[in-house]
Each structure stands twice: as structure tokens, then as C-alpha cells.
Design a protein around this ligand. Structure first.
Ligand code: AMO
Length: 434
């Protein structure tokens, strides 16, 4: 007999069906017992009146995987408006051991470390699972939006010979006796691939040996990268990034509606045109507003990001604000300076609800500029960059791109204080399992 998912049962009233899932909860009342079955689509109420089936249910603990054959009847008070009666229960595994938490309660009552230690079971909680359904929809939206703009998906090596973002936070490894690193980003490869496809994107893991314990840094996160050629300047990158955010939000709403509802998510406000403010103006505004002169700061501190996030919401009704023009010296070597404003660059960040979500901007594209910049930054041996520099040597158009951290996006979207709450199996200073 074909298995029917919980969400489809209402189309089978009066029929005998087979359902399968996990025992979410047992309610053993005096006269009757209920088995609440959980499958990928939701919950099903199964009414157990027969003595022998009840005795069997008493031996089967929560989270045992079972199949049930029974009759579907209408029951307005049950999930989906139907329930199953006269069940025959077939355990699909040995009876489970007692689980460390009550997964049937509306919220998982456990500390974050306990939840993470028991992630394989904790993630079955409908609210935790909902987080990652929203994540899946966000990634789907990222792909759809970029494909619609003619970006081509690529997959680049995660074991690399050069650090891309900075030398400090790379994981070193032994590569057949040679030193190698885990990729901190697909930066160099996505730029190289602009020379092939003009527009490329990648979804994949990246690795940062973050030495400190913060609520917004992981040692491994999912990077959503894009890179595009033949741009005028970084404003073209902002436009593409803004359209990508719109696509992600649209797909989340279209594909993860029930999860958004379960988690009571307030969808962010995105204005039709991007809100853009220059780095120097941000510091100017903050100095004016707080009375503390921060105009000489080389970067935005977390408190500054929060400030500009609140400003964007107050002044423009937007949960997103692009900051352009970060000081060149504080950005990666591939950053394109702003020819009109010495010291400032065409680098951008996108701040989402007060947290940096995206970095990007226009890149250098002339071979000579790379040689000069790398040398000025103290790189003595450019052979590590040979392939990358070849791409620049043989005709690279003006180009730029951006990268989102998926977990950061989810943390702000779902308004959780710690990025680990929205990461499937977080990796940090202290955690390597599960
Ligand atoms: P950057 O290093 O700023 O830029 O990273 C881009 C985005 O990735 C997220 N992120 C992180 N998320 C979780 N844990 C971390 N340790 C972590 N580090 C970064 C943030 C950040 O905005 N190559 C450039 C991108 C580009 O210019 O295209 C880069 O990697 O959301």
C-alpha cells in the first residue's frame, strides 16, 4: 500500500491508508489512547481504542519510526481536520530509547549547548526543522534570482594553496606533504571564472579559523557568492545584490510559509530601490548623533552597524542598508579604490537589521594593479597567485561581486541572538561534533 503524507490525508476520508513517520507523542488516557505521528509534512492524530494495540503503543517510545494502516475520518479538532482510526501499528525499528527532550512540546526546553550536543534529535523538533526549511528556501531564492540574471553556478576547490581574505584565520592542512589551506572563500576562483562566463555564483562551505567565541562567527559557514563582469562600478554590484535579496525573500515567502508562521517571523522590509550610504557619512552621522568623534575609524564596529541599521529603518523604512566606500587599506587586496576619493574604495557591505550580512564591491582588474597591490601589502612570492594573476594578465573586464553568510542571514531574519541557533551542525573553537 502506498504511503500517504499527513498533508494529503484530507483527500482520503473514508479510505484505508498507510502512513509512516515518528511517534511524536503518545497520550494514554483512560478510555482511549492517541498516537500523534510526525512526518516530513506535519502531524497526524491516530486514535487507538483496541486493547491489544494500546498495549503495543505502551511499549513504543516517542521517536520510534513506525508505519500505520488505518481508516481516515473527519475530525475538525485534529491536525488537518482528519484523524486515523482502527490502526495497525508496524514498528520500523527497534523501540527507541527515551529521547533527551520532549520533542512534542511547543518549544524545546534545553540550553543551547545541550541542544547542539544532541543536534541529531533536537533538529527533529518542528521549530528547529522550520529554521532549516527557511534556509533551504533562501538558498533556492538565491539561485533563482541569480539564474534569472544569467549567472552560471560554479563549484570551486575548497582545498587551496593561498589565503584569500587574510593570512590570520586560515586552517592549515597537510596536503600530501605540502602545506595547504581550507578555502576562506571562493574569491579568487569566482573572479577567474568571470573571465569564462562573465557572471557566476556559488553556494558552498567556507572555512575561517576564528580564534574568538562570538555570537556571529563560525569556523565553517555557508557562503553565497556571486561575481559579475563588465560593470560600471560597485553600484552595479549593489543593484544585483539588492535584486538577489528580493529574490531570496520572495522564495522564502512562497516556499516556507508554514515555517515562517510556526516561528512567527516578521518578514523584513526591503525598499524597491536600495538604500545606500557612504562609509564616511555613516561615521559623520554617528559622531553627530552620539557626540563622540568616530570619523577617523577605519571600519564599522558592531555598534556602528547597529546604529546605521536603526537609521535605515527610521529614515527609509528599510531593514537593509548598503554602506559603500570603506577605506581601501582595511579591505582585501583585490578591492578597487575609489578614483574620486583617495583612501576610500568601491567596497560595499550590506547591513541587515544592524549586522553585516554581505561584503563585496568592485575589484581590481588590471594585472599591474594586482602586482603592485600585492607587493605593497608585503607579498614577496607572487607565485602563490600565479593562476589568479594569469586571469588578470589575459584580459579581465571591470568586475565585482558579493558574498552572503547564510547563517548570518537566518540569524537576523529569525531574530536569534546566537548564530549557532540557526546552524545545522556548528563548528567553532570548542565544537567539532556532532
Ligand atoms: P567576508 O569575509 O566579509 O567577505 O565574508 C562575507 C560574509 O560572510 C559572512 N561571514 C561569516 N559568517 C559566519 N561566520 C564567520 N566566521 C563569517 N565570516 C564572514 C558574513 C560576511 O558578510 N570574499 C569576500 C566577499 C566578496 O567580496 O565577494 C568575503 O569573503 O555575512
Amino acid at each position: 500500500m502506498q504511503r500517504i503524507l499527513s498533508s494529503r490525508l484530507s483527500a482520503h476520508v473514508g479510505e484505508t491508508v498507510r502512513v509512516a513517520g515518528w511517534i511524536h507523542r503518545r497520550r494514554l488516557l483512560k478510555s482511549v489512547a492517541f498516537l500523534i505521528l510526525r512526518d516530513a509534512a506535519g502531524l497526524t492524530q491516530i486514535v487507538v481504542s483496541e486493547e491489544s494495540v494500546r498495549a503495543q503503543l505502551e511499549t513504543l517510545l516517542e521517536e520510534t519510526a513506525v508505519a500505520v494502516i488505518g481508516t481516515v475520518i473527519e475530525e475538525p479538532s485534529a491536525p488537518g481536520g482528519v484523524e486515523i482510526t482502527s490502526p495497525v501499528i508496524e514498528p520500523l525499528t527497534d523501540p527507541a530509547e527515551p529521547v533527551p527532550f520532549d520533542l512534542y512540546r511547543p518549544d524545546l526546553r534545553a540550553s543551547l549547548p545541550t541542544m547542539l550536543d544532541h543536534a541529531p534529535v533536537a533538529l527533529r523538533h518542528p521549530k528547529l526543522a522550520a529554521v532549516h526549511r527557511i534556509g533551504a528556501a533562501a538558498v533556492g531564492g538565491f539561485r533563482t534570482a541569480l539564474e534569472a540574471m544569467s549567472f552560471v553556478e560554479i563549484h570551486t576547490p575548497k582545498i587551496v594553496g593561498t589565503a584569500t581574505e587574510s593570512g590570520a584565520n586560515v586552517f592549515k592542512l597537510d596536503y600530501f606533504g605540502r602545506p595547504a589551506y581550507l578555502a576562506q572563500s571562493p574569491q579568487l576562483y569566482k573572479q577567474i571564472m568571470v573571465g569564462v562566463f562573465e557572471r557566476v555564483y556559488e553556494v558552498g562551505p567556507v572555512f575561517r579559523a576564528e580564534p574568538s567565541d562570538t555570537a556571529r562567527h563560525l569556523a565553517s559557514y555557508t557562503s553565497l557568492d556571486a561575481e559579475m563582469g563588465f560593470i560600471e562600478d560597485h553600484r552595479d554590484v549593489i543593484a544585483a545584490c539588492h535584486a538577489t535579496v528580493a529574490g531570496m525573500l520572495a522564495d522564502i515567502q512562497a516556499k516556507a510559509g508554514p515555517s515562517l508562521e510556526l516561528l512567527d517571523v516578521a518578514m523584513p522590509a526591503l525598499t524597491e530601490k536600495p538604500v545606500v550610504v557612504h562609509f564616511a557619512d555613516v561615521l559623520e552621522m554617528i559622531s553627530k548623533a552620539t557626540g563622540e568623534d568616530v570619523t577617523a575609524e577605519p571600519d564599522l564596529a558592531p555598534a556602528h552597524e547597529r546604529w546605521i541599521g536603526e537609521w535605515a529603518l527610521r529614515e527609509h523604512g528599510s531593514d537593509f542598508v548598503f554602506v559603500e566606500g570603506y577605506p581601501t587599506a582595511h579591505r582585501a587586496f583585490y578591492t578597487h579604490p575609489d578614483p574620486a576619493r583617495p583612501g576610500y574604495s568601491r567596497a560595499i557591505d550590506l547591513i541587515f537589521r544592524g549586522l553585516e550580512l554581505v561584503s563585496g564591491g568592485q575589484r581590481l582588474h588590471r594585472h599591474a594593479d594586482y602586482v603592485r597591490t600585492l607587493t605593497e601589502r608585503g607579498e614577496t612570492d607572487l607565485s602563490a597567485y600565479a593562476g589568479y594573476l594569469d586571469a588578470m594578465r589575459y584580459g579581465m573586464p571591470p568586475h565585482g561581486g558579493f558574498a552572503f553568510g547564510l547563517e548570518r542571514f537566518l540569524a537576523r531574519l529569525l531574530d536569534v541572538p546566537n548564530i549557532r541557533q540557526v546552524t545545522l551542525f556548528p563548528r567553532d573553537l570548542h565544537r567539532l561534533a556532532p
